[in-house]
Design a protein around this ligand. Structure first.
Ligand SMILES: Cc1cc2nc3c(=O)[nH]c(=O)nc-3n(C[C@H](O)[C@H](O)[C@H](O)COP(=O)(O)OP(=O)(O)OC[C@H]3O[C@@H](n4cnc5c(N)ncnc54)[C@H](O)[C@@H]3O)c2cc1C
Length: 389
């Protein structure tokens, strides 16, 4: 077996990987990031033009470093990318671009990372490839036969190309709402939104405050109280949208999180989107059942004939091909242990809870643990040092 020579390899130069690298450096541990893209934050560069973070500037910063003063409450996509670039520079993070990690296996004293450019061997590996990694396009019957355009939200950039078009956006999360609004303001002739499960809507801004700030405060309350307050906020600030096809979900956001675990955020939405729904400019329709040459069949039996279908239907972690054989993932392909502690000796996952706010803390925990492990390794005879599974 080949011996692990490098101390720490991090996979992915998104905010999670950068936070781990910066915190390692602060702890005096050198690391190198392998990044498949050509720059830091490459997933973000590919998102739609209108995107602004749903999390406010105070909750999106990594470590103690604030955003520049001219950045608004909700940084735009480009401001966020610039922040990541300067963060990487300030912390002198070493990134090797254009290198994709395809598989990770145990090796003598650490881990082998297989890349198209050859294998890398490291004593510690941190996987930070993003929980929204691989676009998930439902396997609707008749998908191949559909005569219109079918794309995933990850491929959508802006409304150019949809002028005068009849578009069906599938899903009711943040991206679906943003894209539907972008389309109506960008010249699409008709925009409908197919909704299966009524979303927990959460205004991006409420009572003059960022919605994520209020959300975070509510998470500290008893679940039933938080659900009750959420229902009141929804009644006051969003109002009853059932006439327009969006009923309030039966389960509150906080009960849902308590039931299914962290990783569920409400759909952050801004007031103009709510106004567009009330004005019938974004029409809510039933869930998509199947596609066919002649159109889209919905769960209520109606058939639509849109020019384009944009599936804002989420992502998977894409971790199965990389680490699926190690038995560390749950049935949804998410690491069972992440956010700091090792999932296997010397192998960590960071960034698999969908909130930038967590990334710095996760990075710090992972870095702290790795620094301690490496110090312990140095203090014991090599033969006794942890090695492999
Ligand atoms: C449209 C959209 C908007 C969002 N808005 C917000 C928001 O406002 N607030 C919030 O908290 N969260 C938001 N999120 C969630 C967001 O994905 C995460 O919070 C954040 O990006 C996670 O950072 P990350 O570093 O874990 O992942 P990413 O930012 O996805 O970074 C992963 C990096 O790993 C690289 N990579 C992937 N696979 C490999 C491989 N095999 N080998 C080498 N490199 C690899 C990628 O190229 C990428 O650079 C949003 C997500 C989407 C899709």
């Amino acid at each position: 077996m080949r011996e692990a020579r490098e101390p720490v390899l991090i996979i992915g130069a998104g905010p999670a990987g950068l936070a781990v690298a910066a915190e390692l450096r602060r702890a005096g541990v050198e690391s190198e990031i392998l990044e498949r893209g050509a720059a830091v934050g490459s997933s973000w560069r590919a998102h739609y033009d209108r995107l602004t973070l749903n999390t406010c500037r105070w909750f999106s910063k990594l470590s103690h470093e604030p955003f520049p003063k001219d950045v608004g409450v909700f940084p735009t996509r480009d401001e966020w990318v610039r922040y990541l670039e300067s963060y990487a520079e300030r912390h002198e993070v070493l990134v090797r671009y254009g290198v994709r990690a395809d598989r990770i296996d145990p090796c003598d004293g650490g881990w082998r990372v297989t890349t198209p450019d050859g294998d890398r061997f490291a004593r510690r590996v941190v996987v930070a490839t993003g929980h929204q990694h691989t676009p998930l396009l439902p396997d609707w019957p008749g998908r191949q036969a559909f005569g219109g355009r079918l794309l995933h939200a990850s491929e959508y950039r802006n409304a150019a190309g949809f002028a005068g078009a009849d578009v069906l956006v599938v899903g009711a999360g943040c991206s679906a709402m943003d894209i539907a609004y972008d389309l109506i303001t960008g010249g699409a002739a008709r925009v409908r939104m197919a909704v299966r499960t009524p979303p927990n809507l959460w205004l991006k801004r409420m009572i003059g405050m960022p919605g994520d700030l209020i959300l975070t405060a509510f998470f500290r309350l008893p679940v039933r109280l938080a659900d009750r307050l959420e229902a009141i906020l929804r009644r006051v600030f969003v109002g009853d949208l059932s006439r327009w096809g969006l009923t309030a979900p039966e389960e509150g956001n906080f009960s849902r999180t308590a039931r299914v675990g962290a990783g569920q955020n409400p759909a952050f939405v801004s007031k103009p989107v709510i106004r567009a729904i009330r004005a019938g400019r974004i029409e809510i329709v039933a869930a998509v059942e199947s596609l066919a040459a002649e159109g889209v069949l919905l769960a209520d039996g109606s058939v639509l004939q849109p020019d384009a279908v944009i599936a804002a239907t989420g992502y998977t972690t894409g971790l199965v091909p990389i680490v699926g054989h190690l038995g560390l993932l749950d049935d949804k392909g998410r690491p069972r242990v992440s956010g700091g502690p090792a999932a296997a000796p010397g192998l960590h996952f960071s960034g698999y809870v969908p909130n930038i706010n967590n990334l710095y803390h996760e990075g710090r925990r992972a870095a702290g643990e790795i620094a301690r492990e490496l110090a312990d390794d140095a203090a014991v005879p090599a033969a006794l040092a942890p090695g492999g599974l």
